[in-house]
Design a protein around this ligand. Structure first.
Ligand code: NI
Length: 164
């Protein structure tokens, strides 16, 4: 990866919260809380997930950059959703937290050079080192994936409203 490719990736990561804010703009409460199936997340839960996962990414990034022999803590994202009450999340507040967290993480990423991307931390479930480059790849895919999911949920919620 060249430095300009790295900067392009960081630009895309920086745009993540706006991508999500656009996708939920004008969404009413019934669409936010539409649940496609038992155990499947609503848009409200997805936005809360994005805000929380960025805190996790940020912590992992700090470990990878700063610690000597870092070990990541595995999480279960469905446990987080349930036990941290994503269903009751305030979407505007979650978006605000997401923007602030992402801004701080992007500032850290901007300080990296290409050679730094091979730093990493041990992942106990994968039983290997996960690098900053891999973390970048996850951050890059995460927002577009969930944006697509939000768009599908909005369509399904709208179709259901019409059908009633
Ligand atoms: Ni996710």
């Amino acid at each position: 990866m060249t430095d300009s490719e790295l900067q392009q990736k960081i630009d895309a990561i920086a745009a993540g919260p706006s991508l999500i804010a656009e996708a939920v703009a004008g969404c009413d409460a019934s669409a936010l809380d539409y649940q496609p199936a038992p155990g499947k997340w609503s848009i409200r839960e997805i936005v809360a997930h994005l805000a929380d996962i960025d805190v996790l990414y940020g912590y992992r990034l700090r470990q990878m950059i700063a610690d000597k022999t870092p070990v990541l803590a595995a999480i279960d994202q469905d446990d987080w959703a349930r036990n941290l009450h994503y269903r009751d999340a305030d979407v505007a507040e979650a978006l605000e937290c997401y923007r602030a967290s992402r801004r701080a993480n992007v500032r850290l990423l901007r300080g990296l050079r290409v050679a730094d991307l091979q730093r990493g931390a041990f992942h106990p479930e994968l039983k290997r080192i996960v690098t900053i480059e891999e973390l970048l790849g996850m951050m890059l895919k995460h927002d577009p994936n969930h944006r697509g999911q939000i768009e599908r949920l909005r369509q399904q919620a709208a179709a259901r409203e019409k059908g009633q």
